[in-house]
Design a protein around this ligand. Structure first.
Ligand code: NAD
Length: 475
């Protein structure tokens, strides 16, 4: 069986403890590879390599760092098909999605931050007191920890700005989907990427993730994952006065007003609910619909959800693959049972597919109020609820119920309303008549239980640098 090692100091390394974990194909429910079950000694080796590489990497002209990122992007693009197949099998996502969206986005992340390396600028303040200018210096060794839902897309979203800003990195992919990040390590070795600049340590959160977070030489942690783990990381990092960026869970609202062109937008609204089987932090899982169109909208949504083709992600016409793991499948199945117990009516779906692998039908639930667990807790699966509203205030109040604050989409033709509600929504990201419209320069992140800090563009470059002000008296 294929083994996925660490990549430390430019070389593939077996775990020091000799242990390996199974990696599963979610469409078959069977292991297809093994990944290093690393621990603190592997993290120590990675941090030492990153420390040794830091002086040379941080002193490279930023144009040179940009060239390395571009070179890596070129190498990834040349292998796009292999990476898309690997991502599809490892995460159970439709091959089409991996090929057309996720791996291309990983390439874009590398290219975008290659440009950022040469475009990023710092401030100067010229005044009566003299001239102040701010240096933005790399932090040193930084840690990145990423989840399984968009494996290479989110892995590169973190390492690219960290490297562009001149840091060296110890990166931990999710143990559930480690394949493409490990392939990226191999790709880097193949193009002669400077050794020790990016070190990939595979393994479990408590052993590898926490060893990265608690290592005194790791200056900052960029984390994407669940709110529970984000809080744990914050608890370790805070007394060490370590910088953290935390991109956490969500329970996003989709607001559909009667005046919207909702029939024209139904494709996007359905995607916003079910793309990647609902396993995207930005998916809208609470659909709020103005009462005047509620029943028409509900029937159209149910019809579309029922028609989604669920099956083997490698088939080109499949729209939804399986859930990523047995544990996640069990969680989603339990959430559907709880929706029933809470009095929800399952309008479509609600069942598992009788075949190997972890497949759940796209599920639409109605009849539940804003305060029940189904409408408050993140499910992160192909499960959405419908709630009617009567006016703008009620729509806003329903949307803002709950502890999360990541993303919202608003569907209306009334731009005054869209701007007004957009400003009052408790979320870091609001889309009007669109969903997942991404411009990599914009601040990305959530409020409340959805996280701390922002990624993207200059926000990411600022996170991965230390500002140092230098004041000169001008006589
Ligand atoms: P998770 O928190 O279980 O794991 C995320 C990563 O953290 C993995 O690499 C894991 O090994 C590691 N980890 C686990 N325990 C750790 C610990 N104690 N210390 C350090 N690292 C540890 O999350 P997941 O199940 O992989 O991903 C799903 C979650 O991620 C969902 O809640 C989803 O909303 C969230 N997410 C958020 C965003 C965003 O941008 N806000 C994007 C994608 C996913």
């Amino acid at each position: 069986m294929q083994q996925l090692p660490h990549w430390i100091d430019g070389k593939a390394r077996a775990p020091a403890n000799g242990r390996w974990l199974d990696v599963f194909d979610p469409a078959a429910g069977k292991p297809f590879a093994q990944v290093a079950d690393g621990d603190a000694s592997d993290v120590q080796a990675a941090v030492a390599a990153a420390q040794a590489a830091f002086p040379a990497w941080s002193k490279l002209p930023n144009t040179e760092r940009a060239r390395w990122l571009e070179k890596l992007a070129d190498a990834l693009e040349a292998r796009l098909e292999d990476f898309a197949h690997a991502e599809s099998r490892d995460g159970g996502k439709p091959l089409k999605l991996a090929r057309e969206m996720e791996i291309p986005r990983a390439v874009s992340n590398l290219r975008f931050f290659a440009h950022a390396a040469t475009q990023f600028a710092s401030e100067s303040h010229h005044g009566q007191a003299g001239l102040n200018y701010t240096l933005r210096q790399p932090l040193g060794v930084v840690g990145t920890i990423s989840p399984w839902n968009l494996p290479l897309y989110l892995f590169t979203w973190k390492i690219a700005p960290a490297l562009a800003a001149g840091n060296t990195v110890v990166a931990k992919p999710s143990e559930v989907t480690p394949q493409t990040a490990t392939m990226l390590g191999e790709l880097m070795a193949g193009i002669g990427f400077p050794k020790g600049v990016l070190n990939i340590v595979n393994g479990l959160g408590p052993s590898v993730g926490e060893a990265i977070v608690s290592h005194p030489a790791v200056k900052a942690i960029s984390f994407t994952g669940s709110t529970a783990v984000g809080k744990r990381i914050a608890g370790i990092a805070a007394p060490m006065l370590k910088k953290v960026s935390l991109e956490l869970g969500g329970k996003n609202a989709t607001l559909v007003f009667a005046d919207s062109d909702w029939r024209d937008h139904l494709d996007t609204i359905v995607r916003s609910a079910f793309q990647n089987s609902g396993q995207i932090c930005l998916c809208g899982s609470r659909i709020l619909v103005e009462r005047g169109i509620y029943s028409q909208f509900r029937d159209a949504l149910v019809q579309r959800a029922s028609a989604l083709r669920v099956g083997d992600p490698i088939d080109s016409d499949v729209q939804l693959g399986p859930l990523v793991s047995q544990a996640h499948f069990d969680k989603v199945v339990a959430a559907i049972a709880r929706a029933r117990d809470e009095g929800g009516q399952i309008l479509c779906g609600g069942k598992i597919l009788e075949r190997p692998g972890w497949f759940v039908e796209p599920t639409v639930v109605e009849g539940l109020g804003p305060d029940c667990a189904t409408n408050r807790d993140e499910i992160f699966g192909p499960v959405v609820t419908l709630q009617p509203f009567d006016n703008d205030d009620q729509a806003l109040s329903l949307a803002n119920t709950g502890d999360y604050g990541l993303a919202t989409s608003i569907w209306t033709r009334d731009l005054n309303r869209a701007h007004r509600i957009g400003a009052e929504i408790h979320a870091g990201i609001v889309w009007i008549n669109s969903w997942l419209m991404r411009d990599l320069r914009t601040p990305f992140g959530g409020m409340g239980q959805s996280g701390l800090g922002r990624e993207g563009g200059a926000e990411a470059m600022r996170f991965f640098t230390e500002p140092k002000n230098i004041g000169i008296a001008l006589s």
